[in-house]
Ligand binder design. Sequence first.
Ligand code: 3H9
Length: 693
Amino acid sequence: MPNDQPVRYDRHGEIAVITVANPPVNALGLAVRQGLWAAMDRFDADDARIAVIVGEGALFLGGADIREFGKPPVAPHLPDVCDRIEAAVKPVIAAVHGPALGGGCEVALGAHYRLAVTGARFGFPEVHLGLIPGAGGSQRMPRLTGVAPALEMMCSGAPISAPRALEIGLIDRVAEGDPRKAGIAYAGELLAEGAGVRRTGALPCPTHDAAAFAEARAAWAKKAKGQVAPLVAIDAVEAATRMDLAEGIKEERRLFLDLMQTPQRAGMIHAFFNDRKVSKLPELQGISPRPLDRIGVIGGGTMGAGIATACLLAGLPVTLIERDAASADKARATITGNLDAAVKRGKLKDAAATLSGLSTATDYAALSDVDLVIEAVFEDMGVKKEVFTQLDAVLKPGAILATNTSYLDVTEIAAATSRPQDVIGLHFFSPAHVMKLLEVVVPETTAKDVTATAFALAKRLKKTAVKAGVCDGFIGNRILATYRGAADRMILGGATPWEIDAAIKDFGLPMGPFEMGDLAGLDIGFMTRARKAATRDPRDIVPIWADEMYHKGWLGQKTGQGYYTYEGRKGTPNEAVMPLIETAREGRPQQAFTPEMIQRRYMAAMVNEAAKVVGEGIAARPLDVDVTLLYGYGFPRWRGGPMLWADTEGLPGLLADIQGWAKDDPYFWQPAPLLEQLVAEGRTFSDLNEATS
Ligand code: 3H9
């Protein structure tokens, strides 16, 4: 086979080496499947006595080619390729380095012997795509390892290390160094021993333990609430305990193809590609980020300490500024607590070593050598401007000045400095060392390499960055304010807070808006309403019952009473709220709301505001909204995001509903011009993503 083919066949004496070279991740697309098939034909036909399959580049095989999903499958199908490898009459070794994922792991299972070099990982991430292994993995793995490890890997999607794979019997040995060399050495040993083929499929069915499967179903129904694939993975593994390999593979294929048709599969694959597209902004192509060796953080409250923790966890030294020594000590204690918790969660080995990257100071002069400063002080324009004026005076030329504001005008903050081109918004979500989302708020005045540096920082912090324009609330909080508004309007129209929370949780969000309010503290909503009071449109409504709750000191979890009353963290509906709501409802028409009606209005409000956010250029593309809601607001990944939900529901129907509700409440339900335009043109948000990515 010529060298430019995605699968190469060469000989090392009596050993055939089959190399998959399909950058960037050696995905098993059609050309690779055809290449592997042809390589096995050639191996059967020539005088090589043993074959080694390796991957070229950074990894063994990244799995099936996800870009082919949703299109009609073309032969040779991956399960047949794995069967073909297993059926070889001479032994085949898989020599794995880096990740062997999904179909990649299944190719290794089709081989007769498996070797992994240090650093290799084995995983079945299909559940993250709304799928299960579909090329024999669910049938072969339990035959090698027993049921429990197979269930764990296939339901969680989490990869395991080479030593762990050896321990559970998934592989035969761990070696050091280059996989090709290690594979050839292993092949030489096997030849010397006279080892023959060893087909995993010929091993007996693992023992069926009904109780273990029942337990797994109960556990995964809870852990992966709302998701179909983990439960189907359990069905597939159970089939391995009842059927021979051929029958089991047929059953697995049937389950896999059924899942391929589900909206959950479409949603999760939409999310997979969006994760990668969101940081690829056309205007940043070819722009190099500035160096990032030392970070400054202003303010050591919950947010500032969380940001400092995130930087330290990424190996970035931090200088944290507080107003006095006692506050600096308190910030250090918070960060120490965060790091200790990371050790407990298994995310960090050495808290003390990580903490050694932290220095605290009370004088801004300590920031003279930092490359980027993130301000996390009180949300007040005057206070922020004062901080930025001081930063402007001490920071070295080229240093980046970032604000963690969640709604203030970053352009105005930038104008308080002599270097607006170096100022940007970095909106972290609390807890900042845990939450994945980072909104990068970019005023018109910001230099491109400053934006590129913000994205580079996000990558180092292992966060997903979304670019946002300047407006009150940016992308996420602006949309949140609107769907919260829809919830308040439904309360005035006859729904209870608990009906709304239950319907939203049924939809797949981890919490409803009122539970969320209780958790965050109902004083936050009160402050926001107070802030907006001066500019509020007279046609807008005010949730006066919520103001009453604030005045009564019902602030949610922290006071033990809000929309729920709390014993610890467990809440039960606080019926005492109802009389306050009844008063607010007086004179308004009342109706019953079904969960479906609640979900539709809530989602329609979210999508309509999101369409305004995209139409105004605050979000670059619909996909930026989807990513924001997924990583910052608990939107279920298996739904892909609100914009994909809207496309799936149908934009014309959604617009018609919004226009219908606008008859009673024209102020709130003003259709987004972009939504009207897409409906008029017969297009979708996904079409817009395609056109703008
Ligand atoms: C499966 O195998 C089903 C079978 O059981 C049954 C079949 C019948 N296909 O993430 P990166 C692209 S399901 C196509 O930035 P990294 C990705 O979009 C599959 N494309 O690299 C990106 O493209 P672009 C089970 C893929 O080094 C580029 O490659 N496997 C695939 O940070 C680089 O990706 C999985 O779910 C793919 N499978 O991480 C594995 N994978 O440059 C999914 C990646 O245009 N992949 N691309 O933006 C991963 O987890 C990571 O990509 C990996 C590398 C760890 C491999």
